[in-house]
Design a protein. Structure first.
Length: 386
């Protein structure tokens, strides 16, 4: 039976999926990211609309000369007109179209980076509940060992029934705690699958450690704001043209006694609609985006200092608790042996056991905090932009 249990545990461990493949699967399958990516195609189509030419105009009409006479003759007129963009407008429209597409791409990349960040944070929530449940299992085994020792000593007549019952109650309470933590773990597990957009139930390992990257890229939110500023600047430049189109015309008219050819151009006169307001709005939007970039830079500098300070202190706390844990493990072993031969009472043993579990629980929480610190750090400096 023991061999079967060990074999089952080994199979479960081997089948557990690592976090990185799980993350990649979530990115590939996420309907949210697929929907966000469609904005790039929409922007490209909008760019094609922005840069396309207007359709030409063709007019044809027939005339009948001297309708009161039986010798009346037919004539006709045909004209062709084509709107033509003025010099330089094409380049400015192309620049605006390209800026719009780049903005859409950066918005998608920021959404993808935020998805990786948030999914990673969701994973740490699940990992914490799983590790705490495993710790509760460990505490349950310790309580079971103490209860079995107490039961053996009670049967040998070296302790009272009340002391034995205290150990029994402690053990049964931990059974309930394990069950409660198991429920929390399952809630967090399904919340993780829900956010990832994955319906398949996977056995996920929870020992993954997130490392703060040293090579910095560019913050994804900053890229979005910069591209919005470029959009606005391109729009302002395009709107500086009071007139964008002129109309070239050609006409042929056939009359009974003569043929008439006409050529001309029609240019709008910008007396009333000079696009001053459109240009001013675009200029203000560019200035607004530049101010937002400066504000974001300030926030990033402060947040990075906070994360660095937090990371250093978490490392110190982890080292301190690891040293304490080593002493507590040695002390628990000594107290267990002492309790067997009645040199240590039950309360002292349970106190040592509780302190050891508390230290391990602190170490779990420190690990999770360090992981979250690294995740936020990597997002802020653009390591999730790929």
């Amino acid at each position: 039976m023991k061999l079967f249990v060990v074999a089952s545990m080994l199979c479960s461990l081997l089948q557990a999926e690592m976090f990185e493949p799980f993350l990649q699967k979530a990115i590939e399958n996420s309907p949210y990211l697929k929907a966000s990516q469609l904005q790039i195609q929409q922007s490209q189509e909008a760019g094609a609309i922005l840069t396309r030419y207007k359709n030409p105009e063709l007019e044809v009409e027939a005339s009948y000369f001297d309708p009161n006479s039986a010798d009346g003759e037919m004539g006709f007129r045909a004209s062709y007109a084509q709107p033509i963009r003025l010099w330089g407008v094409d380049d400015q429209k192309d620049a605006l179209s390209q800026a719009n597409t780049e903005s859409a791409k950066s918005t998608y990349l920021q959404a993808r980076a935020a998805f990786v960040r948030d999914l990673s944070l969701q994973y740490t929530t699940y990992a914490q509940s799983d590790l705490l449940k495993k710790l509760a299992d460990e505490e349950r085994l310790l309580a079971k060992t103490i209860y079995e020792i107490s039961k053996a000593r009670y049967e040998a007549g070296t302790i009272s029934r009340g002391i034995m019952l205290q150990a029994q109650v402690d053990y049964k309470m931990l059974l309930g705690r394990v069950q409660a933590l198991s429920l929390i773990r399952q809630r967090n597990y399904y919340a993780l699958l829900k956010y990832a957009g994955i319906e398949e139930e996977l056995a996920l390992e929870t020992e993954h450690t997130f490392i703060a990257q040293t090579h910095a890229m560019q913050n994804p939110e900053r890229i979005v704001l910069q591209n919005r500023a470029k959009q606005a600047q391109a729009s302002a430049k395009l709107n500086s043209n009071k007139v964008e189109w002129m109309r070239l015309m050609g006409e042929y008219e056939k009359e009974p006694d003569q043929d008439i050819f006409r050529f001309g151009a029609s240019i709008p006169l910008a007396f009333f609609n000079t696009k001053t307001e459109e240009k001013r709005i675009a200029t203000l939007e560019a200035s607004r985006s530049e101010m937002l970039v400066k504000n974001l830079d300030h926030q990033l500098r402060v947040e990075k200092r906070r994360l660095e300070f937090e990371s250093q202190n978490l490392q110190i706390l982890q080292k301190m608790d690891e040293d304490i844990l080593a002493d507590e493990q040695e002390l628990l072993k000594m107290y267990e042996e002492g309790y067997k031969i009645a040199n240590i009472n039950l309360l002292a043993l349970q106190d040592v056991k509780s302190r050891l579990i508390e230290t391990k629980e602190r170490l779990i929480k420190i690990k999770i905090e360090r992981d979250r610190n690294a995740i936020i750090h990597n997002y802020l400096q653009g390591n999730y932009n790929d």
